[in-house]
Write a protein that binds this ligand. Sequence first.
Ligand code: SER
Length: 438
Amino acid sequence: MTTNELRQKFLDFFKEKGHAIIPSASVVPENDPTVLFTTAGMHPLVPYLLGQPHPMGKRLADAQKCVRTDDIDEVGDNRHLTFFEMLGNWSLGDYFKRETITWSFEFLTDKNWLGIDPEKLFVTVFEGDEDAPQDEESIGIWQGLFATYGIVADAGDRIRAYPKKENWWGPAGLTGPCGSDTEIFYDTGKPHDKTFGETCHQNCDCGRFGEIWNNVFMEYDKQADGSFKPLAQKNVDTGMGLERIVAVMQNVETVYEIDAFAPVLDKIAGLSGKTYAGNERAFRIIADHVRAATFIIGDERGVAPSNVGQGYIVRRLLRRAIREGRRLGITEPFTHLVAEVYAGLYGEHYRELEENLSKIVDEMKKEEEKFGKTLEKGMKELEKMLSVGAHGYAPITGEQAFLLFSSYGFPLELTEEILREKGQSVDRDVFASEFKKH
Ligand code: SER
């Protein structure tokens, strides 16, 4: 099952259950200055979760383009993506826990849909605190569903309860709709690594369990004073990371090995003459960052690289990708060539990528030329600083590394890399305090 097929299956399933399929909202939020990007499917729907009637009704489903930049430094590991698609079904004051949990289970396990072995599924619920009680209702619903396959789902094992940190979602900002949630995990069967704790469990960091789907019961409106006021209507907000569920279905170890990345990894291999195996981190950073930049520039409210706001993020994404490209030995502008592969892969569902392709290509080319010049100038300065020493190389101070960064746009990581070859390093503490002063 390809990424495009799975997305369609999800939408078809919820259409059958009486949901209107709504298009993805823009990845650059409208009328919300508190965030740079749409970070979850619920984000564009906040007014409707608060009670405003939605023109398409009370049952909605979608695939929403999302960007989360807080994970940017973790890209390169096997789970984190800057851009991802979130599949979601929504009840705006219509159905609640029983229906949505039952449908999640049906979609995942029924042979007509994904047909995942229910033995592989583990779930979590909210354990309760002074704001809301333990979610006994969801525990009961889950037990009933697992029982249909003859599986005894013990609370404390297949079903575990956790505090707010794990099983509460929202609000997206400081105030707004939120509630407890129940999360569905897939058991990869990897042996437990005891350095992460004596016993393995759904939220263990050893990597045995991967979260695939979250069902949020949005029944509270968090107030500015920190209290939780019941919402006028009880809503359901679910989110399933498309790339993660595709990785499960395609039985691959990481999200980067799904079909939606394969032609891109091939492209990078072709351009660099290197293989993915052995260069995973660089390949993943390029694949992830160029995909995010493609969707942000190509959005209906598209943003070009710049020094402010969303534009700064696009610039940072592209420059990090370009640097990894140079490291792999790609000397010519290449990010636009990767973007073209994405437009081909996603253009049928996200028509804006095809429509805006020439803009995406132009912006990426321009950025890559600009960054090339930055690198050249920075290199010259760095060489000057290095040659000051009478005997061999002069050590570069944290202040100088910061000057390269702030005045020439020369990335710290690059300074470090060049210095490493000369047996030197940058004093990161000094760099950080200069950064703070700045
Ligand atoms: N809002 C929840 C999440 O982002 C479910 O969609 O995980």
